[in-house]
Design a protein around this ligand. Structure first.
Ligand code: G6P
Length: 606
């Protein structure tokens, strides 16, 4: 999704801003632009396409020590050179980059046109430039406050003005902005990824906060001009986490990191003696934990599917009714919020606007919401009443792998704790702890089968359409497998409950439509094998992700055996080969694995 970068200091801004933008490429974008402010005023370069192409077109004299840049993911108007940010006012005195959506853009555009202004682009952002330019205030801060006072919607916004060449003024409402503190220079960005090469001393802006950034430092304030006295803190992030190293993609690197990060999320949280988990960050005592009558999990995309796996874990281990719902839908059905329900928001980025708005809806109605979040200090993490950090490290690829695995483990820890204050026995608790401790090694075993999985994936890549099927515990696995496959291979991949196949989709089965069946060695294995026979009878090619003990008899199915753990924990092991299948199919098809078309890593607009 859109990215913002800004720089003020002693160096030329353009190369630094461009470098920052390349660090944000993974978020997904379709056009890029940069503006610098030098002795001859503001210069702008922007175009549809990649940041590196933009860099190649910059004139020699594209100079200035104050600069802002943007990667755009189209919302208002198509991806083209004109709609790319930065946007300017009629005289070219103001340059603006913006993430988010201005809800009253149409009305404001009309007012500006009625005032005799020609709008150059189709975007909502352009109105900010005209409103800033039209303000009578005598400071850039005042002009931006004026402009934002007329705007409804969400924004992370950075503004430069030719009359105030020493500064960038920024404001946040719903879209993240982080200030990076350097030596006599300052940076600003919408994501830490763009800052960590230069500084790890940062300040996160809160919603409703604004900041002025000059080479000498920064000040934060609100629209009523009162200071918020924000201080910078140091973040513990290794810049190498943003480097793919010897891997051809971040997705590959991140898949292979799974054994290490899985061990990390468990570290210090398992109590072997009492067969339970310690999750201090939940901020809930045993009595409060016992009072929970239901669990409702909210997330989007892969986080929603792993939420469904989490709901099963909680129901099985704690015997509390639990379900997962797409956060993007939840808020719109005026949900009933109950005081004895524990709401759980799950998100890698902690920025996904749909999930954030769901959290806010819950809190507005007095519900308790905890987070399973990877990015420390992110918006959702800060809004929740407590939570479990996932410690997967920065995840760059759009397709979530290591964060998803740690989400599952976060749910396992939560289920264990909820279970052990109820009827889960100490012996069962210990059984699960042994299973959890074995998981990182088992993930490693699956990753070691990469060559075999790559060959299978190449076979699947030719199919235009595929089914992923599973039942009960296996169904969210199938959903996540289909999601991964379609996200990066662009093949139509549909997940279905194995039991529902004969109620419709069986009509689509043919020798050109492969089915990937999730068949754990559990009480449903026979039923799953029976459904596979029905597919085979219609000449559908079959692949089973399964356990060694499952007998397929005469069935002509390719099988991928994964190591078995405790049945409750098996879903995550069954998920790992599906990541490798999607990755190798996409690679074989020559796709840009980390930046799939039309998608974004953090969806910060509705
Ligand atoms: C986007 C990504 C998905 C991701 C979802 C939720 O749609 O393309 O891969 O699962 O957002 O992201 P989150 O950061 O909230 O986990």
């Amino acid at each position: 999704m859109c990215g913002i970068v800004g720089y003020v200091g002693g160096q030329q801004a353009a190369p630094l801003v461009l470098e920052g933008l390349t660090r944000l490429e993974h978020r997904g974008y379709d056009s890029a632009g940069v503006a610098v402010l030098g002795t001859s005023g503001i210069k702008i370069a922007k175009q549809k396409g990649r940041v590196r192409d933009l860099g190649g077109t910059l004139p020699k004299r594209f100079q200035g020590r104050t600069g802002i840049g943007h990667t755009r993911w189209a919302t208002h108007g198509p991806a083209n050179d004109v709609n790319a940010h930065p946007h300017t006012d009629a005289k070219g005195l103001v340059a603006v980059v913006h993430n988010g959506i201005i809800d009253n853009a149409a009305a404001l555009r009309q007012q500006l046109t009625d005032d005799g202004l020609d709008l150059a682009s189709d975007t909502d952002t352009e109105v900010i430039a005209h409103l800033v330019a039209g303000s009578e205030q005598d400071t850039l801060e005042g002009k931006l406050i004026d402009a934002l006072g007329r705007i409804e919607g969400t924004y992370g916004v950075a503004v430069m003005h030719a009359d105030f060449p020493d500064r960038i003024v920024v404001a946040r409402n719903g879209s993240p902005l982080i200030i990076g503190v350097g030596e006599k220079e300052m940076h600003v960005a919408s994501d830490l990824a763009a800052l960590v090469r230069y500084t790890t001393t940062v300040a996160h802006l809160d919603d409703g906060e604004m900041a002025t950034i000059t080479a000498a430092g920064f000040t934060t304030f609100t629209a009523d001009r009162s200071s918020t006295h924000k201080a910078a803190t140091t973040v513990d992030i290794d810049p190498a986490a943003y480097d793919a190293g010897e891997h051809d993609s971040f997705m590959h690197k991140e898949m292979l990191e799974q054994p290490t990060v899985a061990a990390r999320v468990l570290r210090g949280r398992l109590d072997e003696r009492f067969g339970t988990a310690h999750l201090g960050g939940l901020n809930m005592g045993a009595r409060e934990t016992r009072a929970i009558k239901r669990v409702k999990i909210l997330g989007c995309g892969s986080a929603y599917y792993v939420g469904q796996m989490g709901a099963s874990l909680i129901e099985e281990l704690a015997r509390i009714p639990a379900d997962a719902e797409a956060a993007s839908e939840f808020r719109y059905r005026n949900p009933i919020i109950e005081p004895d329900t524990l709401y759980v928001a799950v998100s890698q980025s902690g920025e996904t606007i749909d999930t954030l708005l769901a959290v806010q809806e819950i809190q507005r109605k007095g519900g308790r919401c905890v987070g399973l979040i990877n990015v420390v200090g992110s918006a959702i993490a800060r809004e929740c009443d407590g939570g479990i950090y996932l410690h997967a490290g920065p995840e760059v690829a759009v397709a979530s792998t290591k964060a998803l695995t740690n989400m599952f483990l976060g749910f396992a820890l939560l289920a264990l704790q909820l279970g052990r204050v109820r009827d889960l026995s100490i012996a069962d608790g210990k059984r699960l702890i042994a299973g959890l401790n074995a998981l990182p090694g088992q993930i490693e075993e699956i990753l070691a089968k990469e060559d075999e999985l790559s060959e299978i994936a190449i076979g699947l890549a030719g199919a235009e359409s595929l089914f992923f099927i599973g039942r009960v515990r296996g169904f969210p696995v199938a959903r996540e497998g289909a999601q991964k496959f379609k996200e990066i291979s662009y093949r139509h991949a549909e997940a279905y409950q194995t039991s529902e196949l004969k109620h419709g989709p069986l009509a689509l089965i043919s020798d050109e439509v492969p089915t990937i069946a999730i068949v754990p060695n559990d009480e449903l294995a026979d039923r799953n094998v029976a459904a596979m026979h029905e597919i085979a009878a219609r000449r559908g090619p079959l692949l089973a992700v399964t356990h060694e003990g499952v007998d397929f008899g005469e069935l002509d199915a390719v099988r991928i055996d994964v190591p078995a753990n405790e049945p409750e924990l098996d879903p995550i092991l069954l998920t790992i080969p599906l990541q490798l299948l999607a990755y190798h199919a996409a690679r074989h098809l020559g796709h840009d694995i980390d930046k799939p078309r039309n998608l974004a890593k953090s969806v910060t607009v509705e």
